[in-house]
Design a protein around this ligand. Structure first.
Ligand code: AHN
Ligand code: ZN
Length: 336
C-alpha cells in the first residue's frame, strides 16, 4: 500500500515534468544581482571647493535680479541649462506658466538635471533659482518696490548644488541623483495664502519629469550662504524624515561644522519642500538658515536690498556644501 502510494506520486511528478517540458521556455527570471542588496563600489568623498560655489553665485547675481518675465531671468535660465549640461547631466528645461497673486501670468522654467538617469536608486537635491520681485522686508520703506538681488535667497542653494554637480562629473558614483532648480518660488504674497509661494515646485510636484518617480528622499537648500548661518531643525523636515535630519546634522557636526548645524527645533515653514511633501509625497527636508532669534525669522538681509554678494560667506558655503556632498557619497556607499 505504502509502496503503491509512492509510485503514484512519482508518476504524478513525472507527468507534471513532462507537461512542463512541453510548454514554451520561460523568459529567464530577473538576474539575482538586481534583487540582491545593493553592493556598490566605494567612492571617496571629494573635496567641495568653496571658491567654485562662490563663482557660481556671483555669475547668477551678475545677470541682475532673476525676476520672472525679465531679461536677467531668461539669461540666467539659459546659463543654468548650459552649465548643468557641461557637468554631464541629462538636462530637462521644464517650461510652464503660472498666475501670480498679482494676476500676472509668469513664465517659469524648472531646470532638472539627472545624473545616472538609468539608475533606479535615486535621491533628489533642490533649490530655487528665481529672486524676489520686491524687497518688502527692507528697513527702508522706499526700497520696498525694488527687486532683490538674491545672492543668498536663491543664488546660494543653486551655487552649492552646481559645485556638487561638478563633483559628480569628476568623481562619478552609481547612485541616481536629480538636481532640480525650481523657478517662481519667491513671487509669493507676504502673509497671503500659502499657494502663492513656490509655484515652480507646485507645478513640478504635479508634473514630474519621470514616470513613477520615487527617490529615497529630497534635500532642499535655501539661503545657505550667509555669514554665521544657523541650520536649525525645521518642523516639517523633522516630521517627514527625522532620521535623515539626525544623520546629516551629525555628519555636519562630525566634520567640524557644529556651529552651523545646530540642534534647535524651529517652526514649520512654507518652502518648496512643503509642496513636494504635500503633493508629490517625496520625503523632503529643508536645510535653511533659520535662526531662532532674528528680526524676520530668516537671515538679516532676507527680502532686502542687502542680499547681494556681500551677504555671502565662503565658510558657510563650505560647511553646507561639504556636508551635503558627504551625504550624497555616503548614501552611494551605503554608509550614511
Ligand atoms: C514664506 O515666507 C511664507 N516662506 C519663506 C520661503 C522663502 C522665501 N524662502 C526663500 N524665500
Ligand atoms: Zn525669498
Amino acid at each position: 500500500m505504502f509502496k503503491n502510494t509512492r509510485f503514484i506520486i512519482l508518476l504524478l511528478i513525472a507527468a507534471i515534468l513532462f507537461v512542463d517540458c512541453k510548454t514554451d521556455p520561460k523568459v529567464p527570471d530577473t538576474p539575482k544581482e538586481d534583487t540582491a542588496p545593493v553592493k556598490r563600489t566605494q567612492v571617496r568623498i571629494p573635496k567641495f571647493e568653496r571658491d567654485s560655489a562662490y563663482i557660481y553665485i556671483e555669475k547668477q547675481v551678475s545677470f541682475g535680479p532673476r525676476v520672472p518675465n525679465t531679461e536677467p531671468h531668461q539669461q540666467c535660465r539659459d546659463w543654468l541649462i548650459e552649465k548643468m549640461k557641461s557637468f554631464g547631466a541629462d538636462v530637462i528645461a521644464q517650461d510652464f506658466q503660472a498666475t501670480a497673486y498679482t494676476g500676472e501670468l509668469l513664465n517659469g522654467t524648472n531646470v532638472i538635471s539627472q545624473f545616472n538617469p538609468e539608475a533606479t536608486d535615486r535621491i533628489m537635491l533642490c533649490a530655487h533659482w528665481d529672486s524676489r520681485h520686491i524687497s518688502d522686508n527692507d528697513p527702508n520703506e522706499e526700497n520696498h518696490t525694488l527687486p532683490v538681488m538674491g545672492a543668498d535667497d536663491g543664488g546660494s542653494g543653486v551655487g552649492v548644488l552646481m559645485e556638487i554637480a561638478r563633483n559628480l562629473q569628476n568623481t562619478p558614483i552609481e547612485l541616481g541623483v536629480d538636481i532640480i532648480f525650481f523657478d517662481l518660488e519667491d513671487y509669493g504674497e507676504s502673509n497671503g495664502p500659502e499657494e502663492t509661494w513656490c509655484l515652480g515646485s507646485q507645478y513640478w510636484s504635479r508634473n514630474q519629469h519621470r514616470e513613477n518617480y520615487k527617490p529615497k528622499y529630497g534635500i532642499l537648500l535655501d539661503m545657505v550662504g550667509a555669514k554665521d548661518a544657523q541650520f536649525t531643525l525645521e518642523e516639517i523636515s523633522m516630521t517627514v524624515a527625522p532620521e535623515l535630519m539626525r544623520k546629516i546634522w551629525k555628519l555636519g557636526k562630525g566634520m567640524g561644522y557644529g556651529k552651523y548645524f545646530v540642534n534647535d527645533r524651529t517652526r514649520p515653514i512654507i518652502d518648496d519642500h512643503y509642496f513636494i511633501n504635500k503633493i508629490a509625497r517625496i520625503p523632503t527636508i529643508d536645510i535653511i538658515n533659520k535662526p531662532r532669534t532674528s528680526r524676520t525669522g530668516f537671515m538679516e538681509c532676507w527680502h532686502t536690498q542687502c542680499d547681494d554678494m556681500t551677504n555671502i560667506d565662503k565658510a558657510t558655503l563650505q560647511a553646507v556644501g561639504q556636508t551635503v556632498l558627504a551625504t550624497v557619497y555616503r548614501e552611494n556607499n551605503g554608509n550614511l
